[in-house]
Design a protein around this ligand. Structure first.
Ligand code: PBG
Length: 341
């Protein structure tokens, strides 16, 4: 038995535990806080009028028809989430090697954006710019027949058209996720030329060739065979080993006119977030990707992690590292829980 009467106090000037002794003190000194204002909900959109479709590897996330997308955006706005990032799931019959459907007038995704903007005008629409939902091979651009690799300049050319059409449809921000060289400058030029000077560019500045995009590729069907999430994008996405190269990419995107710089994935790249934070004055976004979301859910389902605590900690860490904005599939749930806390 410990009898404190016989234990002389240690002669300590600093007792950091004083600042942790109760909830009120802990709240007073808390350095980082999550807020719905800083969260962006990624949403998967499908054509037609069918009901929501569950995505096995992403519990709680569904592919939504335009009608349900509008309902969801209204719900999110009520919870304080005023920005959504949209990803279309394109029917395999509309895909080809060039992703041609992307820039055709009849692309239903433009209609979806247009309707969402009309119905819920105060919610920001962020549209991803890359060809992977549209190509039958699942790469973010068109392939060079000689090398089989993604052809940079040709892809940039197509993506600038695509970005301008997204802006014309009503996207408030375009978010190039393709990692081609020079695309931010080319898109900025074209947007300005077409009169979309107020359309922002949220640049995926440092996007790593990550194993954690697997569930997303299931969600948008960007792999021909289900369960082949390991599509190799290493000739354009960054090597997970490289921090300096990430800083170079961030600088190039800033110099070419990006409004916000994004790092992706988030939780495994906290050092990159904090390094970019020191290197720029631009706002920084981080994308907690599908695999980060899926692994927390999977462990929680197995009873190995507490879902809400692991979720909160994962997001707090991303913010603490220096991200102003977080794209996360947890956005809706997080906003709900912030509302109740
Ligand atoms: C594709 C794109 C990907 C993601 C966003 N845009 C996947 C990829 O690069 O293969 C991943 C998002 C996620 O995993 O949540 N341009």
């Amino acid at each position: 038995m410990i009898n404190s009467a016989y234990t002389p106090p240690l002669d300590l000037v600093r007792r950091p535990r004083r600042n942790r002794q109760n909830a009120a003190i802990r709240a007073l000194i808390r350095e980082t806080r999550l807020h719905a204002d800083n969260l962006i909900q990624p949403l998967f959109v499908k054509d037609g009028n069918g009901g929501p479709e569950a995505i096995d590897s992403m519990p709680g996330i569904e592919r939504l028809s335009i009608k349900d997308l509008i309902k969801e955006a209204i719900q999110l706005a009520k919870l304080g989430i005023r920005a959504v990032a949209l990803f279309p799931q394109i029917d395999p019959t509309l895909k080809d090697a060039h992703g041609k459907y992307a820039i055709t007038d009849k692309n239903w995704f433009f209609t979806a954006i247009r309707q969402l903007k009309i119905e819920v005008p105060h919610v920001l629409i962020i549209a991803d710019v890359a060809l992977d939902p549209y190509t039958d091979h699942g790469h973010d651009g068109v392939l060079d027949p000689a090398t089989g690799d993604v052809a940079n300049d040709e892809t940039v050319h197509i993506l600038t058209h695509y970005a301008t059409r997204l802006a014309a449809a009503g996207a408030d921000m375009v978010a190039p996720s393709d990692m081609m060289d020079g695309r931010i400058g080319a898109i900025r030029d074209e947007l300005d030329h077409e009169g979309f000077t107020q359309t922002s560019i949220l640049a995926y500045a440092a996007k790593f060739a990550s194993a954690y995009y697997g569930p997303f590729r299931d969600a948008v069907g960007s792999t021909t065979e289900k369960g082949t999430p390991a599509l190799d994008k290493r000739t354009y996405q960054l090597d997970p080993a490289n921090l300096r190269e990430a800083l170079l990419e961030a600088r190039l995107d800033e110099d070419q006119g990006a409004d916000i710089l994004m790092i992706k994935p988030a939780g495994l790249y906290l050092d990159v977030i904090s390094a970019v934070r020191l290197a720029t004055t631009l706002p920084i976004a981080a994308y907690q990707v599908s695999g980060e979301y899926a692994q927390i859910h999977a462990a929680a389902r197995a009873g190995w992690l507490d879902l809400e605590k692991a979720r909160d900690e994962s997001l707090l860490a991303i913010k603490r590292a220096g991200a102003d904005i977080i794209l996360t599939y947890f956005a809706r749930d997080m906003a709900k829980s912030l509302r109740n806390s």
